[in-house]
Write a protein that binds this ligand. Structure first.
Ligand code: BTN
Length: 340
């Protein structure tokens, strides 16, 4: 863990102690563990254990008991812990590379820093809560505690920077597949470059960042934020954001969805770096699963320019093409919006 830093030393210290308590309770799932034993484990005292247990309860971990009786886990927590995820990720590039944080600034920022420090490909950063979640452009990402999946993966693709957009599109496909795997009849849409939508509202955003030379990628971090069990959003996001729970009326297992997502991402990534014709396959499947790629009246405003017209598929690098009054134009960046 020496190459993995949380946003503040205090947060890491709390993370480590919460993690140790959950681990201890999971190892003794059928028995009550005394406050004294837990206090020894985290080199602290029983009143600190009580405070941390209350914090775990606030995170949705179902712990019975109190300082006088000791503590017991009532069910396996829906926390994205390595102990829970690793067995589900065997055989993937992410196996044994999961780093979990209760609270962090941004998993993308942490993953980019760790990648620059040389952390292994396949390292996954998962957080229960982000205090400075980053979105595309100048946007932030609403990262309410234990409601969503806030996940960043480190990749070191042997590809030129011009192929990184395809990785980002493939990540959108992986999210699409994971949601459909968990709930097969849900209608999930993709909006270029990689918003995942349900009922026209955003359920997932992806921020792909890279460190590259002109001809060679050093590392890529794919950051994925999925709105899973949110019951509502701040007023300014209400008209455009949705969660899986709001879309389906029931609570989702974040562990099940995160495992499905990482397995699907592993398949897409292997195909891309090992397979032949992977790029056309990703572009074709993206266009098939997106109602936005072809024949949609859209506009994009970015850096003082406006592109307006009808979408006309993706080019060979994955850029969105738009038929405009001035001819065929490519969207290189920006938020695509529907003309109403
Ligand atoms: C978007 O604006 O659509 C992209 C949002 C990406 C959010 C995710 S949450 C996990 C990772 N860490 C971040 O700080 N951002 C990404």
């Amino acid at each position: 863990m020496s190459r993995v830093k949380a946003s503040a030393p205090h947060e890491l210290a709390t993370d480590v102690r919460l993690g140790r308590i959950v681990r201890l309770l999971m190892e003794h799932a059928t028995v009550v563990v005394s406050g004294t034993k837990i206090a020894q484990e985290i080199s602290s005292n029983r009143s600190e254990v009580w405070r941390l247990i209350q914090q775990l309860r606030g995170l949705g971990v179902d712990v019975a008991g109190h300082p006088a009786t000791g503590y017991q886990l009532k069910s396996v927590p829906d926390l994205l812990l390595p102990e829970i995820l690793d067995p589900l990720l065997r055989g993937t590039i992410f196996d044994a590379h999961v780093h979990h944080f209760y609270k962090i600034g941004s998993t993308n920022a942490a993953a980019m820093a760790a990648a620059a420090d040389g952390i292994a490909e396949g390292s996954v950063f998962l957080a229960e809560e982000q205090t400075a979640g980053r979105g595309r452009g100048a946007n932030s990402w609403e990262s309410a505690r234990s409601a969503g999946i806030y996940c960043s993966v480190v990749l070191r693709p042997p590809l030129p920077p011009s192929d990184v957009l395809v990785i980002s599109l493939a990540a959108g496909l992986a999210v699409h597949a994971a949601i459909e795997q968990v709930k097969p009849n849900l209608s999930v849409d993709l909006k270029w470059p990689n918003d995942v939508l349900i009922a026209g509202k955003k359920v997932c955003g992806i921020l792909t960042e890279m460190n590259a030379e002109v001809t060679r990628v050093r590392h890529v971090v794919v950051g994925i934020g999925i709105n899973v069990n949110h019951t509502g959003f701040p007023r300014e996001l209400e008209s455009e954001a949705i969660s899986l729970r709001m879309a389906t009326g029931s609570e989702w297992s974040r562990v099940e969805l995160a495992a499905a997502l990482l397995k699907s991402l592993d398949r897409e990534y292997r195909l891309l770096i090992e397979g032949t014709d992977a790029r056309p396959s990703i572009l074709r499947r993206f266009a098939e699963r997106s109602t936005w790629a072809q024949g949609k009246q859209i506009f994009v405003e970015e850096n003082g320019t406006r592109i307006e017209g009808t979408t006309a598929g993706l080019d060979e690098h994955g850029f969105l093409q738009v038929r405009t009054a001035q001819g065929l134009q490519k969207v290189l960046t920006g938020t695509v919006r529907e003309m109403k």
